[in-house]
Design a protein around this ligand. Structure first.
Ligand SMILES: *Cc1c(COP(=O)(O)O)cnc(C)c1O
Length: 465
């Protein structure tokens, strides 16, 4: 199994190399050269298996020779052992034909734990074998950072540096990043928004001297291994509802497009998925793009679902790559346009290819709050604001194909966003017992200007070498 760049100019890599390097050196994202197929019989054989065994069977062909069977099974087992639910990704029913896939039972209460816990194990094993040390740098709108810190804290061969937008993450998110006291954890509060954090991260990766000096590694949602980990729960959920005999659709609260793109990979592998529905909040660049065939930036407005407050949706590049028949030069051109003009237009052909798989919708702030209250009444479920955006859009999309079950992804636990949830529902969701003392722990964080060289010097000063 080889991995190629969406911009066509970087060398093809193995799974291990693609995982350790994150972003390709031509600025592109790694994708598998070919997508392994699962036959209907192989999908059927997933019925009744544990989440871990499902993960092993779905991921095995993508991992190639990086890990042997026994090692891969062992790393998967360790990754999910700390989850607070035996099923790992349980499915609940919200309404006739509408289901909620709960992805928030990991250590930081958001779906990002699924990928990050696994990638922590993968990195440790690969680095140990190579006798190497790396600096993991991540940009976060809140949940990636805490998930990365939780996955890498205390590991031998890594420093983990997280850039988050100062004042723009929830208190729970911030505390999850600033309270771990392991020496290899470095939380940096950047004066800017999430797109600034993401841009500085990209700058660091494109500054090859710095990249090589600190042995930079990326675990943002552009890292292929993260997308891969997320493919698994599309299979486990669809199989629970009768796949491969019955098709299902998914609605995914979307920001960086990593989670929903994992659904596209599941579909390409042979999982019978009818529609993949992109749910956006008021920062609806992806929804507007699907409606108008133009991807146009017009500024980010902070919302009550902050993990979706972005307008540079990195993994959308992977979707565009498929929609352009894997023409790397075409993608490089669109991405240059985005950088210079702040927008690009999508050709009718490519739009047609996107529309074959994806629908989209949006929920504004009031609708998000109303959905939290309404779902509590109708189903007894207290949703986080991101999941509520999904449930609103998913309900609308389900009405168009009532015979196909709709599965909406619940991407975070309501207790991660207690203020917004309480304002909407009157109920303040308590943290699960295992993290009940979060508000008492002391914090450790460094504020930094939105300036590449300031950030780079700080990192060089902090990391162990
Ligand atoms: C990261 C995140 C999202 C967006 O997921 P993408 O893969 O970036 O599209 C949605 N909800 C929550 C709670 C998140 O943490």
């Amino acid at each position: 199994m080889r991995y190629i760049s969406t911009r066509g100019q970087a060398p093809a890599l193995t799974f291990e190399e693609a995982m350790l390097s994150g972003l390709a050196r031509d600025g592109g994202l790694y994708v598998p050269e070919t997508i392994p197929q699962m036959s209907p019989a192989e999908i059927k054989a997933l019925h009744g298996l544990s989440y871990e065994e499902t993960a092993f069977r779905v991921m095995r062909p993508f991992v190639g020779e990086t890990f042997d069977d026994a090692t891969l099974r062992d790393l998967i087992a360790k990754a999910y052992a700390g989850f607070g639910h035996e099923a790992r990704a349980p499915l609940k029913q919200l309404a006739p034909g509408h289901f909620l896939l709960e992805l928030f039972h990991g250590p930081t209460l958001a779906f990002k734990d699924f990928a990050m816990q696994l990638i922590g194990q993968f990195f440790q094993e690969a680095l140990k074998r190579r006798g190497e040390r790396v600096t993991i740098v991540g940009a976060t709108s809140g949940d990636t950072g805490s998930a990365a810190i939780e996955a890498f804290k205390g590991l031998d061969n890594v420093d983990v540096v997280i850039l988050f937008p100062h004042g723009r993450v929830s208190e729970v998110q911030r505390r999850q990043m600033t309270t771990p006291d392991e020496a290899n954890v470095h939380a940096l509060a950047l004066d800017g928004d999430f797109d600034d954090c993401q841009a500085r991260l990209k700058d660091m990766f494109n500054h090859f001297d710095f990249r090589d000096e600190v042995r930079l590694a990326g675990v943002n949602s552009i890292n292929w291994a993260r997308v891969l980990a997320q493919v698994v729960y599309y299979f486990s959920a669809a199989v629970s509802l009768g796949a491969p005999e019955r098709k299902v659709s998914f609605t995914v609260p979307t920001g960086n497009f990593g989670d929903i793109f994992a659904g596209f990979i599941a579909k390409q592998m042979g999982l019978p998925i009818h529609r993949l529905v992109i749910a956006t909040n008021q920062n609806d660049i992806l929804h507007r793009c699907m409606e108008t065939a133009e991807y146009r930036k017009n500024g980010v407005k902070p919302s009550i679902s902050p993990s979706m407050d972005i307008e540079v949706s990195s993994n959308f590049e992977r979707a565009l790559f498929w929609a352009h028949d894997k023409d790397g030069a075409a993608i490089a051109k669109l991405m240059t346009e985005l950088q210079t003009e702040g927008s690009f237009a999508i050709s009718p052909n490519a739009m047609g290819a996107l529309a074959e798989h994806y629908d989209s919708g949006r929920a504004d702030e009031a609708t998000t709050s109303e959905t939290i209250a309404a779902t509590l009444t109708s189903a007894g479920e207290l949703l986080c604001p991101h999941s509520a955006v999904g449930v609103h859009v998913g309900t609308e999309a389900a009405a168009k194909a009532p015979e196909t079950p709709m599965i909406t992804l619940a991407t975070a636990h309501p207790a991660k966003f207690p203020d917004a949830v309480e304002a909407a529902s009157g109920i303040r969701p308590p943290l699960p017992n295992r993290m009940a003392d979060l508000y008492e722990r002391s914090e450790r964080v460094t504020r930094v200007a939105n300036d590449l060289s300031a950030i780079e010097s700080l990192i060089k000063e902090r990391i162990a070498r």
